[in-house]
Design a protein around this ligand. Structure first.
Ligand code: BGC
Length: 393
């Protein structure tokens, strides 16, 4: 790997002071006990795997954050479940606000800087029944929810993310038919992408009007489209890079105080991935150079970048340690080359519900035994700990 070659023997690669190290989760994937959203409904109808109690993180967040602290983390990303906060349209549940206040305070008490995602794929039933983001007025409804949460909890956290991965939500829900509402329709796909842009802009403005001290961004899911050495491949990769990685950010320019970069895929165009390339349990190629290229590709926006997801399914924990050193090394090189990356949050803290795949993929630094809910720290989590504590590789 190039990162390894670039490192001279004995050289220490330090990260900027205050660099954030941690892991990410999302409400539906870990909390358990959520029944009032479109994914729970899809599972009831047999269209998605049942999620049930998941990791029971809703009641075990304190001990889970003890583990994160013990692993040397100083930051943590989680999401607020919209269907808990606004179970019926316009009716907000203050008890659930207090739950998330307790979550935020538990993080703070352990020295973990929170990154709060306001919406990570799951929609309250009433919202999805009205047509989700495709219904007229969806942007305002979403902005109202976001500003309500920030009004109540804005003083507890600096970093707020409106939307997780608009590209994946739109693509899997409206083009590939993998996520609710399981559509396969190009026009709906393009419409929902535009609707999400409007929703982000409306939410950004509403949040800032409510609390001008907070930093607001999205998590963009960027893919490394890596062309063969020919004009056609380069043209195609350039188009895909613009359409998938940058169009949302460009159309919502001025409404990002920072960018959250989520990254999983290297996508060779007009050539094949190396035959011997290591792969995750889901067959996803491990290719750290991609995170370097994508981080540098965000320099043009001139705002701080946080890696808000990067990780792999690896039940036997055979690749995770080298994945972490490779990808963190790529981030270091991107910083050296001018990318203002200020944190790396691994996906995920815990094994969790991997959407349409259910529970079999194991993304956690911490393994979950779903029968007993026992947590077991994987060996690779200690490799990450060493990096985090030294703030260096
Ligand atoms: C999503 C996560 C998901 C992860 C691994 C991201 O696209 O934000 O919810 O679990 O990738 O597939």
């Amino acid at each position: 790997m190039e990162e390894v070659e670039n490192k001279k023997i004995g050289e220490v690669r330090s990260f900027p002071e205050g660099f954030l190290w941690g892991a990410s989760t999302a409400s539906f994937q870990v909390e358990g006990g959520i029944s009032n959203n479109d994914w729970a409904e899809a599972a009831r109808q047999g269209k998605a795997p049942l999620c049930g109690r998941a990791c029971d993180h809703y009641s075990r967040f304190e001990s889970d954050f003890d583990i994160a602290k013990d692993l040397g983390h100083n930051a943590h990303r989680f999401s607020i479940e919209w269907s808990r906060i606004e179970p019926e349209e316009g009716k907000f549940d203050e008890k659930e606000i207090e739950h998330y206040r307790a979550v935020l305070r538990a993080l703070k008490a352990r020295g973990l800087t929170p990154f709060v995602t306001l919406w990570h794929f799951t929609q309250p039933m009433w919202f999805s029944e009205r047509g989700g983001f495709l219904h007229a007025g969806a942007a305002q409804v979403f902005a109202r929810y976001c500003s309500f949460v920030v009004d109540r909890l804005g003083s507890e956290a600096e970093f707020w993310m409106t939307i997780n991965e608009p590209q994946v939500f739109a693509g899997d829900g409206y083009l590939k038919g993998k996520f609710p509402p399981f559509a396969r329709n190009l026009i709906s796909y393009l419409r929902v992408l535009s609707a999400l842009m409007k929703a982000h802009v409306a939410a950004y403005r509403a949040i800032k009007a409510t609390n001008s001290n907070v930093q607001v961004g999205i998590a963009t899911h960027n893919i490394d489209f890596d062309p063969a050495e020919n004009v056609l491949a380069r043209y195609l990769a350039g188009f895909l890079d613009w359409f998938w990685n940058h169009r949302f950010l460009l159309k919502t320019k001025g409404c990002h105080d920072f960018i959250g970069l989520n990254h999983y895929f290297h996508h060779p165009i007009g050539k094949r991935a190396a035959k011997d390339a290591p792969r995750s349990d889901m067959g996803w190629e491990i290719h750290p150079e991609s995170l370097y290229r994508l981080s540098v590709g965000l320099v043009r926006y001139n705002v701080p970048i946080y890696i808000t997801e990067s990780g792999l399914a690896d039940s036997k924990d055979v690749h995770r340690a080298s994945y972490i050193t490779g990808y963190v090394g790529a981030v270091h090189r991107a910083i050296t080359d001018g990318a203002d990356v200020r944190g790396y949050l691994h996906w995920s803290l815990l094994d969790n519900y991997e959407w349409a795949e259910g529970f079999w993929p194991r993304f956690g630094l911490v393994a979950i035994d779903y029968a007993t809910l026992t947590r077991t720290v994987r060996a690779s989590a200690r490799v990450f700990e060493t990096i985090a504590r030294a703030n260096a590789l």
